[in-house]
Design a protein around this ligand. Structure first.
Ligand SMILES: [Zn+2]
Ligand SMILES: [Zn+2]
Length: 149
């Protein structure tokens, strides 16, 4: 794990503790896994990861993910009822995503944030400051479209 990652991990753990969460092995394993992943991960994949499988039952991992989402540490993405994915919510940067409504796969948009100008305009008109957004586009991915012929 890089020094940057370690630094971020300890900041995240501090945020969790400030929010009243206990520092547990499972908490650290979940945060470390997501920090080291360059892609959002499903709850199932997280529960099955080497750091958690056998140490912590899946129901505990799912509850932990929900709590982390409630505390604003994690962002939940993708289809709500199945294939929900999780990623760390960073304060200084964000990604926008596109989700397949058939298979639930999720990809980061390979382009600059498409709504920065819109955000500035909304800030100006509304008087709100520190605007933020979370974009998810939904559609049918190329492999699902291909499967239909
Ligand atoms: Zn698909
Ligand atoms: Zn954006």
């Amino acid at each position: 794990m890089s020094e940057d990652c370690k630094q971020t991990l300890s900041e995240l753990v501090d945020r969790c503790r400030t929010g009243g969460m206990r520092r547990t092995q499972a908490l650290e394993s979940v945060l470390r896994l997501l920090l080291e992943s360059d892609h959002p991960l499903t709850a199932g994949v997280i529960a099955e990861s080497p750091g958690l499988k056998g140490h912590c039952d899946p129901a505990t991992v799912y509850r932990l993910l929900l709590r982390l989402e409630e505390h604003g540490i994690l962002r939940r993405l993708g289809l709500r009822d199945r294939a929900a994915h999780y990623t760390i919510r960073h304060s200084h940067t964000h990604d926008d995503y596109i989700v397949c409504t058939r298979c639930g796969s999720i990809e980061e948009l390979e382009m600059d944030c498409p709504v920065e100008a819109l955000e500035a305009e909304i800030a100006k008109k509304s008087g709100f400051t520190q605007l933020d957004h979370e974009l998810e586009f939904f559609g049918v991915c190329p492999s699902c479209a291909g499967a239909e012929g």
